[in-house]
Design a protein around this ligand. Sequence first.
Ligand code: NDP
Ligand code: GDP
Length: 325
Amino acid sequence: MSKKALITGITGQDGAYLAQFLLSKGYEVHGMARRSSSSDVNTARLKWLGIERDVRIVDGNLLDLSGLIRTVSDIKPDEVYNLAAQSFVFSSWQQPLLTGEVTALGVTNVLEALRIAKPDARFYQASSSEMYGLVQHPIQSEKTPFYPRSPYAVAKLYGHWITVNYRESFGIHASSGILFNHESPLRGIEFVTRKVTDAVAKIKLGLDRELRLGNIEAKRDWGHARDYVQAMWLMLQQDKADDYVVATGRTSTVRMMCEIAFEHVGLNVNDHLVIDEKLFRPAEVEILLGDPAKAKEKLGWEAKTTLEEMIREMVDADIARHKKA
Ligand code: NDP
Ligand code: GDP
């Protein structure tokens, strides 16, 4: 009998890569997706990976507890990966209440569904390095205190602690992965890496001339989503649930990331980059740099893809997309 996994947020970047990875391991993969009038948009990432027919999609929303309970009762998953969230930091100032409902309380809804309908299922919570915010230590590990700097990060902090609490209160095998930024050709276009690679592709093809960005001195520890979803799975294979930082251990500025993208197609970033004050955030996370030592030691996990390799892959994918369009 193959193992069953339920992924919330299956239509997102990580949902798609995780589904692909679990299918390769022989899992029966169920994915929860919000009903949309544009179902083709919903499955675009799964189609990109060629797995849309292999995943079983179930209609649902993180805000709908009874639906979640029904889904968990019907599927009886061995593993539940809670990836669904209002995941964009910038939007979280515009929609702070929705962000709190989905990204924070939504986690409790999923945990409640498990507690009621399948308490022995293993649970993964998609926590975030944004929780470190105004960093309290130059290199962030599982022991570094949190200091969230956006409604998104505050909501993720709730999600993190409620996961720890359900583990300690009810013995649920619930793990929290504190993942640093991870990207791919499937990254949402609103995030800075994909915004840059898409713009570089358009500029190279003569479809655009400039790229407008906000704070290009911000530093991030960027890895590849394909590598990071493997760490999620490894966490649920451990005898004991725990919390893990997943990162590369290298940090780069947004400017450096742009340079990699422009250089890849033989262009100079300074000829196209425009700084736009409107894109600066009310409170910024200036630097993130993770210490993945625990994940390496306990899970045997390490990031494989360099920032250069990933950005080049993303630029090439965006060029191919625009040529096809
Ligand atoms: P995406 O934004 O690509 O995907 C988010 C997913 O959540 C989408 O499938 C979206 O559905 C779904 N979703 C949003 N609201 C609801 C809701 N109310 N009910 C059900 N589903 C909902 O994010 P990623 O794949 O990049 O990230 C996955 C998770 O990891 C997120 O929780 C994110 O916050 C977290 N994370 C991501 C990091 C990163 O660098 N990528 C870093 C650290 C944490 P729809 O398609 O309908 O919008
Ligand atoms: P985040 O770390 O989850 O907020 O991921 P993002 O990719 O959205 O942002 C990473 C960093 O890039 C942040 O410090 C942003 O302030 C910075 N940044 C600079 N310009 C932009 C922009 O135009 N869009 C986005 N999304 N981020 C930008």
